[in-house]
Ligand binder design. Sequence first.
Ligand SMILES: C[S@@+](CC[C@H](N)C(=O)[O-])C[C@H]1O[C@@H](n2cnc3c(N)ncnc32)[C@H](O)[C@@H]1O
Length: 237
Amino acid sequence: MKQLNGGSQMTDVWRIPAVGMWEKTCGKHPTQKPLRLLYRIILASTNEGDTILDPFAGSCTTGIAANLLNRNFIGIEQDSDFIELSKRRRESLNNPIEAQKLLKKMRETPEETTVLVNHARTKDYELMIEKGMRYLRAGDSKGSLLVQKGFERLGYILLHTNGENTQLFKLSKPGFQIWTAENLQTLGFTAENAPYYAVLRFEASKPIQFNQQVNLQQRAYTNVAKIQPLSDFISLK
Ligand SMILES: C[S@@+](CC[C@H](N)C(=O)[O-])C[C@H]1O[C@@H](n2cnc3c(N)ncnc32)[C@H](O)[C@@H]1O
């Protein structure tokens, strides 16, 4: 829960959007709950392989979230129409593309902490970890920083060298500072392609364990820094 909240204690008031159209493709229930809500509740209180019982199951939102998170589910519902709706929702998970789509949507929340995923040259990688800082050129070119949606919620950095040596760190300061190349060079960094760099500071002594496989070779320009939700790295296998 703490990790989902950017390293701070999870708040006791959760802001989660109302049930979206993407959750109603199999039919409607008048008091259907958002999958994003059940996702958090299930992660907070169960482990993979557990069995969850919802005795007032309705459209089985609890069951759909449970199965997507590798938990078993037993639902009880008195209305046969809602049981049929629940079955359609469950059957839609048999399509792996549909299940993947729901899982991804379910894990997104508007305020979710994000991770800057960035390639670092081997030469600089160790020095960056020693100093707890990452510097990047601004702009959309190789190895650079592009300020994009989610940047305002940036809480972590995942460093790698061409997909190897992946390490996740929490930022010790939100946002970034602007440094000159000269200043970076006095610390031993190469910093030879631009006069100024954006510098992000992170807690290098405390690498964060993450339990998901990360595909760092998805994009043509894998070395451009990209922003991903924290839930892509933790809490799910
Ligand atoms: C608030 S809704 C649950 C909504 C559900 N969480 C969802 O996301 O769709 C409560 C459900 O409990 C069912 N229900 C009420 N009393 C029941 C009973 N005694 N036995 C079985 N189901 C019951 C109702 O038909 C209703 O669909």
